[in-house]
Design a protein around this ligand. Structure first.
Ligand code: ADP
Ligand code: MG
Length: 719
């Protein structure tokens, strides 16, 4: 073995877990269920937490009010139901000095878990706030980690699988052995020394060891930084390579925007000047970035991410006008007809008095914004198609009807795609291909919700990223509350009545019925009936759901906008794009049945004007722990990135516990929220390590791209 080169990640991937002591066929099978087959998989099974045993206290010395960690064994477990149907599990735990009572509310699964620890006589770490009640020490809902019989100052706690009966201490043992056996050869570091030094990163070998067996918690940070950077760098290398390759092989349009020679010189500037408000700093930066991209000969491929209400439309319109300024056309594609029409309307009003010089007449003509959807009547459609083909219509807004056969553009220069996650990647490229004469139009993708998938695309997609991280001034933050039961409902109706009395409007979102659209409509209808006949009697309440014909739908939304309708009882059809600044209350019934991203999106329908807004999340009964965590997260924060993380955490945990195949994305440690800076640095470094044609200059790094998940790869290729 002596003289063998250090192990690469690919080497580690070739070594099966079966070669470890204690991993026989049954263990191998169980591990496979978690997606762990090789030593690489095992070494990237990172600790979920660490316990610092130097902070360990003995039960007898615990004082009320302090946070403490005790190592103990489970002596007895009891579970019962208490008032309101809540479950309560109590466990008595002991160490050599005394006993402590732990009480868990709404965690019925605890009793089985704790019983298991009792049978196995495992040592557990209990971490929480000490209370003293009638002279007895106790903790409510403490964190419990089984640690087996491990010693050492810092004990890593691994995600374990109860279903597969794989415990955290087994993981620790196997990982320890894998690390020991790789010590002679060491783990290779493909990152150029100069980059490593510049970013202050430790070597890979040390990072892999320290993340699992740190001497103290400082080591963990340094190790994590390095491993996070590696994950992100792999992805960025793939992206930048793809991007450079595209840029090298595709012909874009170098728009003459901001130049006196432009066909419609100064159009973007005139548009911005004519807005009834000044741009936010973020909007200004975004427009500068976009205009910069437009001027370059390579096609733009940029993601505009901004929370609901951040003012993405202004940036989109500026991009579209950039195309027109240089004599080209622009299209905006929206996910639904309602949204396409709304966009059309708001863009028309934004463009107000702007006009174009018309060379043929030596006069001016207004900037026409055409709207093309599946419902556009045949005659109008013919006229629009003709206008797009001969270039007399500079701007068009539509649904996927825009990419239907027969739509040809004179010179499509900019494409804006709204609410990206509703479109398949294929549709996006189809629109891009609609550009004429072989030139690829510039593409701007707008997204409001950094749902994990979208958040992932920020990193996975080969898109440059612009973030609108500033809301227009004068918005009062939305107060979000989570209310339970009949009292909760009463409070919600009270809030609706107050809003209406103040001249505002309210949305009420009906329970989600995922299994059937028909049942959902029925539930919306009965909710409407119940409210009109009861708690909201006397108010103008309208109903909106997916089965209502489009024309009527538009009429309802319009009446709501104008205030003839004060309360809108709706299904999630209002999720995207409905923009009524006077709406200040959002009530979501059975909110515990919705996902985080969906609630965040729904909440974005209020808080769009100057009056203070409220979002009331109702649940009929106290929800389970996972739903509770979702609702708590929404109450706590409006930061879409943070919510996306929570969502990811909750769902990720779910699959691990279920013992099903874990999503094997290459992003194990990196968090898109916490590690945003590393994303940027990784992108920079990737830019340096790739040549103009997309060649990666360090072969060992190029080889590692093989580790990227097949799904990620597919996405990269298609976008
Ligand atoms: P998004 O699409 O990001 O959710 P919109 O573009 O629909 O947001 O804008 C939300 C609202 O904010 C609109 O009513 C718009 O007129 C208004 N708005 C946009 N930019 C500004 C600004 N700079 N100052 C004040 N209001 C703005
Ligand atoms: Mg919008």
């Amino acid at each position: 073995m002596d003289g063998d080169p250090p192990l690469t990640l690919l080497d580690l991937r070739e070594l099966g877990v079966g070669r470890l002591r204690g991993v026989g066929p049954a263990r191998t099978e169980a591990l496979r269920g978690l997606g762990i087959e090789s030593l690489l998989d095992l070494l990237t099974w990172y600790p979920r937490r660490y316990l610092d045993r130097t902070r360990e206290a003995s039960i007898a010395e615990l004082d009320a009010g302090e946070e403490a960690l005790v190592l103990c064994r489970v002596a007895s477990v009891d579970s019962r139901r208490v008032r309101g149907g809540r479950s309560m599990v109590t466990a008595d735990v002991r160490d050599a000095t005394g006993s402590l009572r732990c009480t868990f509310f709404n965690q019925p699964w605890r009793s089985r878990q704790l019983e298991g620890f009792r049978d196995d006589e495992v040592e557990v770490a209990v971490h929480g706030k000490v209370e003293v009640f009638r002279g007895r020490r106790q903790m409510t809902n403490p964190v419990v980690d089984p640690i087996g019989n491990r010693t050492g100052r810092i004990v890593p706690v691994y995600p374990q699988s109860e279903a597969a009966r794989l415990s955290t201490w087994e993981f620790a043992e196997w990982i320890s052995e894998a690390l020991r056996r790789s010590r002679t050869r060491g783990i290779a570091d493909p990152l150029p020394e100069e980059v490593r030094q510049r970013l202050g990163l430790i070597g890979r070998d040390r990072a892999v060891r320290d993340i699992h067996e740190p001497a103290d918690l400082h080591d963990v940070h340094a190790a994590r930084d390095r491993l996070v950077f590696d994950e992100l760098l792999r992805i960025q290398l793939a992206l930048v390579r793809h991007q450079r390759h595209l840029a090298h092989t595709s012909q874009g349009i170098a728009h003459t925007v901001g130049s006196p020679d432009a066909v419609a010189a100064g159009l973007v500037e005139r548009f911005v000047d004519a807005l009834p408000y000044p741009l936010t700093g973020a909007q200004r930066r975004a427009i500068d970035e976009v205009v910069d991209d437009l001027r370059r000969p390579h096609p733009m491929h940029r993601l505009l991410q901004g929370d609901v209400g951040a003012g993405k439309t202004v940036v989109a319109v500026a991009a579209m006008l950039g195309a027109v300024e240089g004599g080209h056309q622009a299209a905006l594609m929206a996910p639904t007809e309602v949204l396409a029409e709304q966009h059309g309307e708001s863009i028309r009003s934004m463009l107000g008095g702007l006009s174009l010089r018309d060379d043929s007449l030596l006069g001016e003509r207004p900037l026409e914004v055409a709207v093309l959807t599946g419902r556009t009547p045949a005659a109008g459609r013919r006229r629009i198609l003709a206008g797009l083909a001969d270039g007399t219509i500079p701007l068009v807004v539509g649904t996927h009807a825009l990419i239907a056969d027969g739509v040809a553009f004179h010179s499509l220069g900019v494409v804006v795609v709204d609410e990206q996650h509703r479109f398949g990647v294929e549709q996006r490229s189809a629109l891009r291909d609609a550009g004429s004469a072989g030139a690829v139009p510039d593409v701007l993708v707008m997204t409001a919700t950094p749902i994990p998938r979208t958040a992932a695309m920020t990193v996975f997609g080969d898109l440059d990223l612009t973030v609108l991280d500033e809301l227009p001034p004068g918005r009062t933050p939305i107060r979000t509350e989570w209310l339970v039961g009949a009292d909760g409902e009463d409070a919600a109706w009270e809030a609706v009545r107050e809003a209406v009395a103040a001249g505002h409007r309210a949305y009420i979102v009906c329970p989600l019925v995922e299994e059937s659209a028909k049942l959902e409509v029925a539930s919306a209808e009965s909710t409407h009936e119940r409210l009109v006949g009861g708690p909201l009697a006397g108010l103008d309440v309208a109903l909106l759901h997916g089965r209502i014909p489009a024309d009527d739908k538009r009429e309802v939304v319009d009446a709501f906008r104008r205030g003839r309708v004060q309360v809108l009882v709706a299904t999630t059809v209002i999720e995207v794009g409905v923009d009524v600044p006077e709406a200040t209350v959002m009530v979501v019934l059975d909110a515990d049945r919705f996902g985080i991203a969906q609630l965040h999106q729904l909440r974005g329908r209020v808080g769009r004007g100057e009056a203070a807004s409220r979002c009331l999340l109702l649940s009929a009964t106290p929800p389970g722990p996972e739903a509770a965590s979702r609702l708590e997260a929404l109450v706590r924060t409006r930061d879409g990135f943070e919510l996306a993380e929570v969502d990811l955490d909750l769902r990720g945990e779910g699959t691990v516990m279920g013992g099903r195949q874990r999503g094997r994305s290459d992003l194990r440690l990196a968090s898109l929220r916490r590690d945003r800076e590393w994303v940027g640095l990784a992108r920079e470094v990737a830019g340096e390590l790739i040549d103009e044609r997309g060649g990666i200059l360090v072969p060992a790094l190029a080889a590692e791209l093989e580790l990227l998940d097949a799904k990620d790869e597919e996405f990269l290729r298609k976008s």
